[in-house]
Ligand binder design. Structure first.
Ligand SMILES: [Zn+2]
Length: 360
C-alpha cells in the first residue's frame, strides 16, 4: 500500500509499505479515505534529528476512513462504518481516561509520531496511508453520524481528529465569557480552528493575531474573526488594548507557544484573564515562567494537549447540524501519491495555504 514516512530532515517520502494487519483483539484496520497534514507533522520533519525520529517513521495522525476489519473484542464499531479517529489512540479505561484526561492515557499514543509507548512501534500506524491499524479501536474510532457518512463530508469530520478539537480545547481552557473579548494568537490551522471554536461561546470580539495577510483575511472571511492584526506591522498588544478600553482581553488562546507569544499574551491580558497555551514553540526554545506577572494580576495560564476522545461526542453533532464547518481549513486537497507536494505547500506558507488534505 502507499504511505508517507519520514526520510530525513525536511524530507517526506511516499512509498510502498506493507499493509497493516490486526495484532490484538482490540485493534481495527481502517481504509483511509482522507488524511490531514498537521503542523505537528511539519515539526516532526523539521526537527526530526533533534527529536530522535528514525528514518521510515510513518506520518499522519488525522484521518477519516472506512472500517475494513475488526478484532474479536471490538463492539463499538462495525466493518463498513465510516469513522473518524482520535489523533491519539487511547485505551478508554485507565486512571486518566476515566477522568476524561485522555491525552494522558497510560497506554495511548499519537498516530504517526515518535510518541509511541507500545503497540508495534512506528512501522504500523500512520494516517497518511491507504490503510492503518488502530489500537483500542473501541475508544479511538468514532462512527460518523448519518449526515456525515456519505464520504462527501469527510473533510468536515477530519479536523475533529485534532485541529478543531484542539481549538475547542483552547476555547474551553481560556474560560470565555459571553460578550467579552477573545484573542487568538497564530493564523495557522489551529489558530483558525480556535477562532471557529471560540464563536461557540458567544464573545463580542474575536481578534486573530498573525503574520500573514492572506491568512488573516481567511480568518475574517472563513473562520469568524471580527478583527485581525498583523504582528509584523502593528503591535498586537496596543491593538487589543485599544479595543478593550485599555484593559486587555479576558481570554487568550496562544497557538504559538514561544517567548514572544507568551509575552504578548501576558501583556494583552486584563487582570483575571485566562491564557490557554496550545502551541509547541517552547519545545524548540525555552520560555521563562512568568509567575510574578501571573500572580499579581490573577492570570490563569492553562497548558495542555487536547483530549480529543472526551470532546468528540460533543463536536460531531455540531458539525452534522452545520453549526460549525471546519472543512474550510483545507485550502488544498491532493491525492496521497502527491503527499510530498502537500508537505512542500504547507512548509512554503504561501498562496493562502492553511492546510492540506490527502485523499485516497
Ligand atoms: Zn487510558
Amino acid at each position: 500500500m502507499l504511505g508517507t514516512y519520514y526520510h530525513d530532515r525536511a524530507q517526506v517520502r511516499v512509498g510502498n509499505l506493507p499493509e497493516p494487519r490486526l495484532l490484538k483483539d482490540t485493534d481495527a484496520i481502517v481504509r483511509v479515505t482522507l488524511a490531514g497534514i498537521c503542523g505537528a507533522d511539519l515539526d516532526f520533519i523539521k526537527h526530526g534529528p533533534e527529536m530522535g525520529i528514525q528514518q521510515g517513521m510513518r506520518l499522519g495522525h488525522e484521518f477519516v476512513g472506512i472500517v475494513e476489519e475488526i478484532g474479536k473484542d471490538i463492539h463499538n464499531i462495525r466493518v463498513g462504518d465510516r469513522v473518524v479517529a482520535s489523533a491519539m489512540f487511547v485505551d478508554g479505561e485507565c486512571h486518566y481516561c476515566k477522568r476524561e484526561l485522555t491525552s494522558a492515557c497510560e497506554h495511548g499514543g499519537l498516530f504517526g509520531s515518535p510518541f509511541f509507548i507500545e503497540h508495534g512501534g512506528n512501522d504500523i500506524q500512520g494516517g497518511q496511508s491507504e490503510y492503518i491499524r488502530v489500537p483500542y479501536a473501541n475508544t479511538s474510532l468514532f462512527t460518523l453520524p448519518e449526515g456525515l457518512s456519505t464520504g462527501a463530508e469527510d473533510a468536515k469530520a477530519l479536523p475533529l481528529a485534532d485541529n478543531f478539537a484542539t481549538g475547542y480545547h483552547g476555547a474551553i481552557n481560556s474560560n470565555i465569557r459571553p460578550g467579552e473579548t477573545v484573542v487568538v494568537i497564530g493564523d495557522g490551522a489551529v489558530g483558525q480552528c480556535s477562532v471557529m471554536a471560540t464563536s461557540l461561546f458567544a464573545p463580542s470580539q474575536i481578534v486573530l493575531v498573525g503574520r500573514y495577510d492572506d491568512r488573516l483575511k481567511f480568518g475574517r472571511q472563513k473562520s469568524g474573526a471580527t478583527h485581525t492584526v498583523n504582528g509584523k506591522t502593528t503591535d498586537p498588544v496596543e491593538y487589543v488594548k485599544e479595543l478593550t478600553q485599555g484593559r486587555g482581553a479576558t481570554s487568550i488562546i496562544d497557538t504559538i507557544g514561544n517567548q514572544v507569544s507568551l509575552k504578548q499574551s501576558l501583556d494583552m491580558a486584563q487582570a483575571g484573564a485566562s491564557i490557554s497555551v496550545l502551541g509547541f514553540g517552547h519545545l524548540y526554545a525555552p520560555v521563562d515562567a512568568p509567575y510574578s506577572e501571573a500572580l499579581f494580576r490573577n492570570l490563569t495560564i492553562h497548558t495542555g494537549i487536547v483530549n480529543v476522545v472526551a470532546y468528540m461526542k460533543k463536536l460531531l453533532p455540531l458539525v452534522e447540524s452545520g453549526r460549525i464547518d471546519p472543512s474550510v481549513i483545507f485550502t488544498n486537497t491532493l491525492p496521497l501519491a502527491e503527499a510530498e507536494k502537500g508537505y512542500e505547500l504547507m512548509l512554503s506558507r504561501s498562496n493562502g495555504i492553511i492546510k492540506v488534505a490527502l485523499h485516497n
